[in-house]
Design a binder for this molecule. Structure first.
Ligand SMILES: O=C1C[C@@](O)(C(=O)O)C[C@@H](O)[C@@H]1O
Length: 323
């Protein structure tokens, strides 16, 4: 598998501008090449301080590679980079050695985001995720198995046909572990990627990476028995009309199917809702996992590589009805 690795502005000074535990950019590239060799991946690595060069590289390499690993660095809020990734339509993972000061826009066009605190681990993690085959069309994705654990081996699923879309990969919850987080929090970001790969290989529903990264969200995000639907958990939190329910998601999908909402609007809504739930806002009791999985699929449903057809949207509505 061939991958494009993009390093954004100032990463040429990695290890010089700050005390980076992992070393300099040349060390990072050496570590990436060694890991890629071990995993049987081929890398094209480009660093640039210029947004346009990064975009031109994406365009130029789009037919030569099957995936993109990008650290946009200070360009993490670039809509131009985000749109370039969307235009290219390849599975992408955003890697940031340190969590950014604010939400990454580039992450909106990526299937996953891997954040780190020390060393080059998030980059290596991303390579492992690519090599797990999770983005490969032969692996059945959660569009079919969402919310239902079939326990089948990947080999028992039929190969997707030309018409069948690629599996929907999962997001790393766009988390900010530095806000009150510790190194231990970040270790928890690394572990689920391995479990995700294993789950993908087993053909089961994919796990969320980086979900529940802080103690607070851990505590809040569990479904508590007896929790009343629609009760606002605290002042300033979600109101009943904001509450994430299966009916609400079904309504949004219906709006999209009826043309009242565009593909991109549905994806943006799903992303925002997913983030709210990750921050601990309530979801319909007993259905949190199905709702989170549905939002993750919808978040990616407008991207070429992971687009959901109308039939799949209807199928998802049915699962939400049954679930
Ligand atoms: O330049 C960088 C480095 C970075 O991309 C990282 O990988 O830690 C994080 C960005 O927020 C910052 O602008």
């Amino acid at each position: 598998m061939k991958l494009l690795v993009l390093h954004g502005p100032n990463l040429n000074l990695l290890g010089e501008r700050e005390d980076a535990a992992g070393g300099r950019l040349s060390d990072l590239d050496a570590a990436l090449r060694a890991k890629a060799k071990a995993l049987g991946l081929e890398l094209t690595i480009v660093q640039s301080n210029h947004e346009g060069v990064l975009i031109d590289t994406l365009h130029a390499e789009r037919k030569n590679v099957e995936g993109i690993l990008i650290n946009p660095a200070g360009l993490f809020t670039s809509y131009a980079l985000k749109e370039a990734l969307e235009a290219v339509g390849l599975p992408a993972i955003e890697v940031l050695l340190k969590p950014p000061a604010r939400e990454s826009v580039v992450a909106e066009a990526c299937a996953m985001q891997v954040l780190g605190l020390h060393g080059f681990e998030p980059y290596l993690q991303a390579l492992e995720t690519f090599s797990s085959g999770i983005f490969h069309p032969a692996i059945p994705g959660p569009v079919k198995t969402l919310g239902r654990r079939k326990g089948k081996g990947a080999g028992s699923e039929p190969e997707p046909t030309e018409a069948a879309p690629r599996p929907t990969p999962k997001l790393v919850g766009r988390v900010h572990p530095l806000k009150g987080g510790t190194t231990a929090d970040l270790t928890r970001l690394a572990a689920p990627a391995r479990s995700l790969a294993r789950t993908a290989q087993a053909g089961g529903p994919l796990k969320t990476l980086g979900r529940k990264t802080t103690a607070t969200s851990d505590a809040k995000s569990e479904d508590r028995p007896g929790k009343t639907l629609g009760r606002a958990p605290k002042a300033g939190a979600a109101t009943a009309s904001d509450l994430l329910t299966r009916a609400l998601v079904r309504q949004k999908i219906a709006d999209r199917l009826a043309g009242r909402m565009s593909e991109a609007e549905l994806a943006t809504w799903a992303r925002a809702k997913y983030q709210q739930v990750q921050r601990g806002e309530p979801a319909e009791s007993g259905h949190r996992e199905l709702l989170e999985d549905s939002l993750q699929s919808l978040t990616l449903s407008h991207l070429p590589a992971t687009r959901m057809t109308d039939t799949q949207l209807v199928d998802l509505m049915t699962r939400l009805e049954e679930g």
